[in-house]
Design a protein around this ligand. Structure first.
Ligand SMILES: [Fe+2]
Length: 349
């Protein structure tokens, strides 16, 4: 007798059922499996109408190193950054954020994300890449901020005067100024926080870490997300002034709270406006200091916080009462912290 063709009977039927079940499982997994296509924040381009004074702030006061100068831009790095550059200053008419760069986990991951962004009609196109990077895919988030993805990157090789005695450290700690170690995260303003948060979760694969939601869960004020164990590398906070594509702040990491306190002394001695801190946030537990660099952008010096390793992390949601002043202890965040962003559209009215 040959094999039964009735799918409910015999070996062929069992094989067919197994194949159908496997295909269904693959579809379910593709819909629910986390996306791990982005490794980390690769770099931030900051726009400044005061390029020389901004460079003095980042190089002399914060202790970053200049690695490249071309046209209207200067490329910088923190002493612990593996990449040649993680921070770019570009001369522009108004302050704000230029392009935010994310490093993919592989060439294949880069292609996958580019295809997904293209399909979502957010893509701009491929370029040969900025300084220190291979081919890059440029796109915009729903609010209009420019972003790009890349995989190939130039690792930093220190010149003799900047070589570290530590074999596993890309550059020596110079002790100049604040001595920031790396570019840590950024917070972007958005008119529609939920739409931009969903974009980061669904198209970039970021894990949602914390949220502030007011009015009994009806109004999403801010969402903090990350593609890796760092608590957040991207935050969206609501733009109360009705702007689009604006920057709330960029954040640079130091290893401990003492460095944040020392930064407060250094910035004050040099006439830099300190808007908030040093103090500790409730959300993220970050120990912070916010100043305005000479171009007008808000810059955070940051330490503490906590890592998230759990793949099944559930976002921590703060309501208005729990959020309070935004601080764990210390002075409340000022009103400017909720409203001021770059470019400053209120100043142009
Ligand atoms: Fe921050």
């Amino acid at each position: 007798m040959g094999a039964s063709l009735d799918p409910d009977q015999g070996a062929l039927g069992r094989r067919l059922r197994t194949l159908v079940a496997t295909a269904e499982m693959a579809v379910r997994m593709s819909e629910t499996e986390p996306i791990h296509d982005i490794a980390h924040l690769g770099g931030i381009e900051l726009l400044t109408p005061e390029p020389e004074r901004s460079l003095w702030y980042f190089r002399n006061l914060l202790g970053m190193e200049v690695v490249q100068v071309a046209g209207p831009s200067v490329w910088l790095r923190g002493y612990g950054d593996r990449a040649a550059s993680t921070f770019k200053l570009t001369h522009a008419a108004s302050p704000g954020v230029g392009c935010v760069s994310w490093r993919a986990t592989s060439e294949a991951a880069l292609e996958r994300r580019a295809a997904a962004l293209e399909a979502a009609s957010l893509g701009i196109g491929w370029s040969n890449g900025d300084f220190g990077r291979g081919r890059s895919y440029r796109f915009r988030d729903p609010d209009g901020h420019a972003m790009e993805l890349y995989y190939d990157e130039l690792a930093y090789v220190a010149p003799p005067e900047l070589r570290s005695a530590l074999k596993n450290q890309p550059q020596r700690y110079t002790g100049r100024g604040v001595g920031v170690r790396r570019t840590d995260h950024l917070a972007l303003m958005a008119g529609d926080v939920p739409a931009n948060r969903r974009f980061a979760q669904e198209l970039l694969g970021f894990q949602l870490r914390e949220q502030v939601i007011f009015e009994d869960g009806q109004r999403e004020i801010g969402s903090w997300m990350s593609p890796n164990a760092i608590h957040h590398q991207l935050a969206y906070v609501v733009d109360r002034e009705g702007g689009h594509g604006r920057l709330h702040h960029v954040s640079l990491w130091v290893d401990n709270r003492d460095d944040v306190l020392r930064a407060a002394d250094i910035l004050t001695e040099n006439g830099i406006f300190i808007e908030a801190g040093p103090s500790k946030h409730n959300n993220s537990q970050g120990f912070y200091l916010y100043s305005y660099e000479p171009g007008g952008n808000r810059v955070e010096i940051y330490s503490g916080s906590y890592l998230v390793l759990a793949p099944d992390w559930q976002p921590v949601i703060w309501n208005e009462q729990e959020r309070g002043t935004g601080t764990y202890w210390g002075a409340p965040l000022p009103e400017t912290f909720l409203r001021y962003a770059t470019p400053d559209i209120a100043a142009k009215e």
